[in-house]
Write a protein that binds this ligand. Structure first.
Ligand code: PLP
Length: 503
């Protein structure tokens, strides 16, 4: 690959060596993926153990290393000391296993290495990204002539939409003069208390400040109270503020709650506000007709954030921002400096988002959509939802577990020792259950049998299992209650021994 120029750059590699190392790595990866379900989800290792095991304490090497053993050993060490979100019993946060075709797609994308900031630099990749955006829109029922682009994840997808809304609705040239121009009049954002923390980062980075957020109360199903939303918008308008954006959530991070999107959309139309939907987690469930009635409102939004590295099972990173009117993205992001000479009649993604140089994220998503089609995705997402419901049933059958919520593919529950079952709501008992379940999550996360995260529901600290995992089976979900109860009993016994349990 070095050609015959006479130059022998240290990083260059001849084709035969590249082929040999690549084949060896792919063999290792195939073995790793095959054996993954039979090992632990993670190992309970401290940061110093990990640093030692991967030899990460030394100084920058002055001289290089033979790439064959380097790659082989690095792969082995990663296999031995990582947490595997591709494990069938990984139910933490909202992280999917990587689709194998996506793994290969990232490999291919890195080799071609197009800069998808400008069409000239990435003719094929830009067109493939445009098709990926259209296909994603089509999958969730959003208008296919929308604008959009691939970004690093849900946070970035929401930020992009947020900035498009800010530019479109501020009422002055907010890009030029910033948010303080219209002095005294505060831009206002509305969302429920269940909204993911991206909204704080967005208002902070967007110059509005977190105090611009109006946290609207939720109902018993943790959905935004639309009457309270209306009252707050009216009060703020009367006070001289500038309401500009309402954020609805299609699948909240804690419990999978879906806001009343059709009603919120109607309200936004009435008041002339931008309606954004954070569908980072649940947006793709709109592809499954029976998943949730309120997802019907998703196509009504001015913008939607979805996250292919969640329910499209793309390897990290891949988020996607969709904006109904493509011009709104250009209006929010385009500049035309003299040192860029890009053809205006083609898509230059540099004009549609905050990034300048951009990688070929779309390829892994495009390949996976081609590989299994819409039908394949509908089946996998529907099966994840069914398995979550099966987990909820298994939890509710268990005498030591209390089911809290089940929505989309998230189940929340907690461990309650038998002798405390009749004493729920006594404040001393609730405090004890919070401490018990907090410790239980910690042990589950370190134990390696399964990985579950936490949520706070109705003021209670609970366990939370989210299934966006096409490797998970009925056996895996049915194993969870017994694992949790066994470790719950151990924690309870220890707390009792230290006299921390209420009598
Ligand atoms: C509803 C929601 N929005 C946004 C995000 C942020 O997504 P990411 O972690 O890909 O930035 C998440 C992550 O779990 C989420 O659940």
């Amino acid at each position: 690959m070095d050609g015959d120029s006479g130059r022998h750059a240290p990083l260059a590699m001849d084709a035969a060596t590249f082929r040999k190392l690549g084949h060896r790595l792919v063999d290792q990866l195939a073995g790793f993926l095959e054996s993954l379900p039979f090992g632990p989800v993670t190992r309970d290792e401290s940061p110093s153990v990990v640093r030692e095991a991967l030899d990460l304490t030394g100084p920058l090497p002055e001289m290089g290393t033979d790439p064959g053993p380097l790659l082989e050993e690095t792969a082995q060490r990663l296999f031995a000391h990582s947490l595997f979100n591709g494990h069938p019993r990984f139910f933490g946060y909202i992280t999917a296993p990587p689709a194998p075709i996506g793994i290969l797609g990232d490999f291919l994308a890195a080799a071609v290495n197009p800069n998808v900031g400008a069409w000239t630099l990435s003719p094929a990749a830009t067109e493939m990204e445009s098709q990926t955006v259209r296909w994603i829109a089509e999958l969730i029922g959003y208008p296919v002539n929308c604008g959009g682009l691939l970004v690093s994840g849900g946070n970035m997808a929401n930020f992009v939409c947020f900035l498009a809304a800010r530019t479109a609705k501020a009422g002055w040239d907010v890009r030029k003069y910033g948010v303080s121009e219209d002095s005294g009049r505060r831009l206002r954002v509305y969302c429920s208390g269940e909204t993911h923390t991206w909204i704080q980062k967005a208002t902070d980075l967007g110059g509005l400040g977190t105090a611009s957020i109006r946290w609207i109360a939720t109902d018993s199903k943790l959905r935004m109270d639309v009457s309270a939303l209306r009252r707050q918008i009216e009060a703020d308008t009367a006070a001289g503020d500038v309401p500009f954006l309402v954020v609805g959530t299609a699948g909240s991070v804690s419990t999978g709650a879906v806001d009343r999107l059709p009603e919120i959309s109607a309200l936004c139309k009435e008041y002339g506000l931008w309606f954004h939907v954070d569908g980072a987690y649940g947006g793709f469930a709109a592809a499954v007709p029976q998943a949730h009635d309120d997802l019907r409102g998703l196509p009504l939004a001015d913008s939607v954030a979805v996250d292919p590295h969640k329910w499209l099972y793309a390897p990290l990173e891949a988020g996607c921002a969709l904006v109904r009117d493509p011009e709104m993205l250009r209006a929010a992001f385009a500049y035309h400096p003299p040192y860029y000479h890009f053809e205006e009649r083609v898509t230059n993604y540099v004009d549609y988002g905050p990034q300048n140089s951009r990688g070929f994220r779309a390829l892994k998503v495009w390949l996976a959509l081609k590989h299994v089609g819409a039908v394949g995705y509908r089946n996998m997402i529907a099966e994840d939802i069914r398995l979550s419901q099966a987990m909820a049933q298994a939890v509710s059958r268990h005498a030591e577990l209390q089911l809290m919520t089940q929505e989309l593919s998230i189940t929340t529950f907690r461990y309650v020792p038998r002798n405390l079952r009749e004493k729920l709501r006594e404040s001393e008992v609730e405090l004890h259950l919070d401490a018990l379940n907090r410790e239980l999550v910690d042990r589950l996360q370190r134990g390696g049998e399964t990985f579950i995260s936490n949520a706070v529901v109705g003021g209670h600290y609970v366990l939370r299992a989210c299934i966006v995992n096409f490797h998970t089976t009925q056996t895996d979900v049915e194993a969870v209650p017994d694992i949790v109860a066994r470790i719950g009993r151990e924690v309870d016994a220890e707390l009792r021994a230290t006299n921390l349990q209420p009598r």
